[in-house]
Design a protein around this ligand. Sequence first.
Ligand code: ZN
Length: 515
Amino acid sequence: MSDTHTPSKLTRVPGLDVLPQSLAESDGLEFGLAMSNSKCRLVVLVAPGSTRLASFEGSSTSYENGLTLLIGPTSSRNLAALRAHLPWLYPQTLGLRTSVGTGDRLGLATRGHVRALRAAGGNLAPILAQQSIREMERTGRDPQQVMEDAAWGVFAEGWRGGFGADADHLKTVDDIDLCVAAGYTFFTFDPGEHVDNSPANADLTALQAAVERLPWAQLEDSAEVMSERYLMRSFEFEDHEVSIDERVLYEAAAKYGRAVAHVAALYRHLAQAAERRDFEVEISVDETETPTTHAQHVYIASELQRLGVRWVSLAPRYIGRFEKGVDYIGDVDEFETDFAVHAAIARRFGPYKLSLHSGSDKFSIYPAAVRQTRGLVHLKTAGTSYLEALRTIAAFDPELFRRVYAFSRAHYETDRASYHVSASLGRAPSPEDVDDADLPALLDQFDAREILHVTFGSVLTEGSSDRERRFYDRVMGTLRTHSDVYAANLEAHLLRHMRPFTENTAAGSLPRRRV
Ligand code: ZN
């Protein structure tokens, strides 16, 4: 840990409710976050005669012994000024450390995320700013705001262990530019729209035709040369052999060839846009229809490598079902057997981490994931923190929660379209059948949970056209008023996610299973 001899002058200022963990000192200034009327304010105390307050905004008053006290908003300008003194408020690259991403749709969850991280112990690297462009559109937030909300949360909790910022599911170069400008360090490329799911059922002639149509110039390749690379050799990954014959190769190329070309283009754009700044890349094809076979994983990794792409983690589409906010659906042993080969391939071609997207609440597979990757794994969660927000609402404002639930039910059939979920309205309890005291338990019922999970965008933007966000203001107000309970709920829930990753990686010698 860094030098954290606690400054104390700020805590003695009368009438100022400073969060003790937020206290920091640098360059003769003291910094903290103070709560007033459920709002956070930045407070800075500076020695007599200093001109260092100039970069901050807020109102300054003189305090005892010639000190000046500034109280200002948690604004972009104040964060920029603060970062000049406290560089740990900038996100950074995390490399191959075992990592967990905690998306936050509301911008209030980082404090709970950090508490879970501290409770989990170990050397888990957090990605605390993380949101996809799709989710930003659905919540009316932009990359800058997502980043700043996380950074203020990091400041509030005094987390100096470093954190990443994931620009998640990027699909275009414009998405990249927005996120580079906002200072993101981790870029998740999603070429899912360029994945062709039809080859699995096609005959060889149709496959050959599909391969002919690939963008060969972009791939800097030809069908003949590609075939020579793959068909004259065998692929062994530790104890696993992956065989690639013509049909298997053509299926992989027809399915993922365009996606590979798209990722290479995004990567080159990013490398240029980032200039000399550090960045790391994840590639995700998790939101596609059919599982990524081992041969297809080999194809993706070796083609991207040939095109000069470097990445720190990859999210194939695994077998079984990774539905939003609920445990893995499928046979856990089969998952481990299949996943073991993906992990061996990742060690060979990287090593890089395997990434678990829609990774929240998949408690049954975490041990296998850590065991098989030997800790080279990234867990990505997001909506599950929104569900903990709703759990908090259900306890403090049952009437609001009941309305949100009824509203979510009404929007589920539309909103589910872009997510992997199987909840049915018929199996989810009707709001009128649930007593107030039992409302929080809806968060533990499979169907209600998925329904609430995928409808966040509709809930948070409902009524925003007439500038009266019907739910948003009340949801945020309740969470701010009960911020400690919300943080405690998040801590308990995220700790369940993080523990399997710290316990098993710290051990070093894991109980290995034969698969
Ligand atoms: Zn994903």
